[in-house]
Design a protein around this ligand. Sequence first.
Ligand code: MLT
Length: 264
Amino acid sequence: MHSKVARLATGSMRYLESGHGNPMVLLHAFPLGAEQWLPQLAKPPIGWRLVAPDLRGLGGSALIGDPAGVSMDTYAAEVFELMAHLDMPRAAVAGLSMGGYVALAMVARDASRVTRLVLADTRAGADTAEGRAARDRMIDLVRRDGSSGVAREMISKLLSEAARTQQPDLAHAVTALIETNGPDGVEAAIRAMKTRPDRTALLAAITCPTVVICGGEDVVTPPDECEAMARQIPGARFVRLSGAGHLSNLESAAAFTDALVVEA
Ligand code: MLT
């Protein structure tokens, strides 16, 4: 596995890469970074080249400009730019939670460049009024306590209770990953999630093979909701990873990797 930096027109973008073959882009959740995908990058599915960027403002991809200037669409445009830079005109796109919001923004922007879609622990709908108010509280929190305050607030939602009690190393690794992020990039991501559009109408128009994955213990985007989203996508396959929480690729790493490339 290699850590690399692409010099894009919009700024430097860091990404991790491993494997050879069909290209697949892995898009991380909020407020993490490319390292979320270490288990998949360590053992890529045979015949696949995995590329996992740090989305703008997170990990090693510095925020450029105002935190209010980032949207799901700007993340999506930059991932397409990274693909072009890597000579990948088209790629499979897998996104978990916020990464799924970005994946749907990519489909909305240019579906012809997405060969396969994996939507994990995510939703197509926009934030509710209550959800937007919670985003404002999270912005206050990150301004006051930085990303460690956000990590404290979120860890119980990101991992299942079993993982938190039985795998303390995993909880520490996720906390450490969140804490590497600067407050401005975290705030930018919160604003991008708060203002993201409703993509529900897009689901019925998706034509590429699609897999929807969800941890059976996900409390952020519960499995019933993910399954209902899968039913709205023509021919989509739904995979429930029993026992896993929201970050299902970390809690059920091998089964998640298999689901990335399962026939759909
Ligand atoms: C994520 O895991 O990316 C976030 O929890 C998604 C969200 O807050 O909407």
